[in-house]
Design a protein. Structure first.
Length: 189
């Protein structure tokens, strides 16, 4: 009878070790699956944030950015052009009352339009096909012209700038100067 008892204990021990191995394998698989889920969740969160930012700029704001370019001179960007249009379902926007906050390598500057496109902490406005600074149709386009040398310095390759255009609402845009400006007269920002 004692031989039988030892045999029963050995079978139970082997069964317990097998169960333990299966449990450890299940925990490892669950851990890897959780890691994959967290990676996917992080990716989706980032995409959702950028999509919602674009949607809010398009529908909540009065303006929408069409393009941003820089004029190059001596391998630096000495003029930034920001072309805007009315966003969907917007009525009108009087750009003469707009302000632009510029956060760049030289610091923070708040720019205004003085109507003369003079130097200093100002910007120029060109409204295409109109004599004034009011956008009132979906096809209207205007360009804000900013000369960073008048309040700081020209932008170097790799510099980043955050601009906030304030009208009835705010439109935020982050631009980055390309790493190479050699031989270029204009670059997209």
């Amino acid at each position: 009878m004692s031989v039988q008892r030892e045999h029963d204990h050995a079978d139970r021990a082997q069964s317990g070790i097998g169960t333990l191995i299966i449990l450890i394998a299940a925990i490892l698989v669950a851990t890897m699956a959780a890691g994959v889920f967290f990676d996917v969740a992080g990716l989706l969160q980032g995409e959702t944030a950028s999509t919602s930012e674009g949607v809010s700029q398009q529908f909540d704001g009065r303006l929408e950015i069409v393009s941003v370019s820089g004029e190059v001179s001596d391998d630096t960007v000495d003029r930034v052009n920001v072309t805007v249009k009315l966003s969907s379902d917007s009525g009108t926007a009087d750009l003469s009352a707009a302000t632009i906050q510029w956060i760049g390598p030289a610091g923070v500057e708040t720019l205004t339009w003085d109507g003369q496109n003079t130097t200093g902490s100002t910007f120029g406005i060109t409204v295409f096909g109109r004599p004034d600074t009011v956008l009132d149709a979906g096809t209207d386009r205007a360009t804000f012209t900013i000369d960073p040398e008048t309040f700081g310095s020209a932008l170097e390759p790799g510099d980043t700038v955050t601009i906030t255009i304030g009208t009835d609402s705010e439109l935020v845009y982050r631009l980055r100067v390309p790493r190479s400006l050699e031989g270029k007269s204009t670059v997209g920002l």
